[in-house]
Ligand binder design. Structure first.
Ligand SMILES: Nc1ncnc2c1ncn2[C@@H]1O[C@H](COP(=O)(O)OP(=O)(O)OP(=O)(O)O)[C@@H](O)[C@H]1O
Length: 279
């Protein structure tokens, strides 16, 4: 483990999950029940004790007050919280774009690559789809066969198109292709389905699961959509209103193959009852 930006001692509040039958945690979090089998090793250990901004008018903004969670290797974690609570700020800290915070971010594989998919696809407008993806690869892999990846993401016929010719849904698929092509140890996703119609979002969610299953990586996704989290995640981390604190952790051990529409409806209702206000 490597400790980045350690300005406070390692947290005793790092979460280990609470299981689907747990009560929602207090604002500070609560002790989880003893696991019956050893938990898989954490790939990511996050404790943001405090993150402040100074806004343009000089006002001090406390964005995150106490947020701690872990993500197991190869798992999918969803961070869910109200608008403006500090989700993107947390993701930027995990990504290493913001080191001005107290706490720590520890990764089991500190040399592994991190890839991020933002709400805006951030493609190079003067490069075609294939070149946008290829340029993200390390030089020794620039000639790799990207065909299977484009095929999985339904982009095989679009590799010569330019970003300006793509819908937002297609551009997000390219951004996802670019992120997973580098084979990241950690994949960060910031509301990748926002502003898409439900049909397009559902297709992109399925494509994300396809590429994520084909190339297992630890994924952390910011969302404010409980249904999305229930469909995709192994663990849901709930945040309070700003300043973001840990509200609770809900684990979803059900294999994805068994997550049919009935299960999803039931689970959304169950989790929604435990965490009022998230639906
Ligand atoms: N650079 C900055 N300077 C000042 N305040 C900031 C800055 N960046 C974020 N904030 C404030 O920190 C808080 C958290 O912002 P953040 O974007 O992390 O929230 P969020 O949960 O991702 O929001 P949303 O759900 O709307 O995307 C907000 O009040 C925001 O205005």
């Amino acid at each position: 483990m490597t400790d980045f930006s350690a300005t406070v001692p390692p947290s005793s509040a790092a979460t280990t999950g609470t299981g689907p039958n747990a009560d929602p945690l207090s604002e500070r979090g609560s002790a989880p029940p003893m696991p019956s089998s050893p938990a898989p090793p954490a790939s990511l250990d996050v404790h943001i004790a405090e993150k402040r901004f100074v806004s343009a008018d000089g006002t001090d903004v406390l964005a995150i007050a106490d947020l701690a969670f872990t993500a197991a290797a190869g798992s999918f974690t969803a961070l869910i919280g109200p608008s403006g609570c500090g989700k993107t700020t947390a993701l930027r800290i995990i990504l290493g774009l913001d080191s001005d915070f107290s706490g720590h971010i520890r990764r089991a594989d500190p040399e592994g690559r991190i890839a991020a998919v933002f709400q805006e696809p951030r493609l190079l407008p003067w490069r075609d789809v294939e070149t946008n993806v290829r340029l993200a690869l390390p030089p020794e892999r620039r000639a790799d066969d990207l065909g299977p990846l484009f095929e999985t993401l339904g982009l095989a016929d679009m590799t010569r198109r330019f970003p300006g010719e793509l819908s937002l849904g297609l551009a997000r698929r390219v951004a996802l292709a670019r992120a997973v092509a580098i084979r990241p140890a950690l994949l960060l996703l910031d509301e990748p389905f926002v502003s898409l119609d439900e049909e397009t979002a559902a297709r992109l969610r399925a494509l994300l699961l396809d590429v994520w299953s084909a190339r297992p990586t630890t994924a952390v996704m910011v969302t404010h959509n409980l249904r999305e989290a229930v469909e995709l995640a192994d663990r849901i981390v709930f945040l309070t209103e700003r300043p973001a604190r840990l509200r609770g952790v809900y684990d979803l051990p059900t294999p994805r193959a068994e997550r049919d529409a009935f299960w999803q409806e039931r689970t959304v209702a169950e989790v929604g009852a435990l965490y009022p206000g998230v639906i």
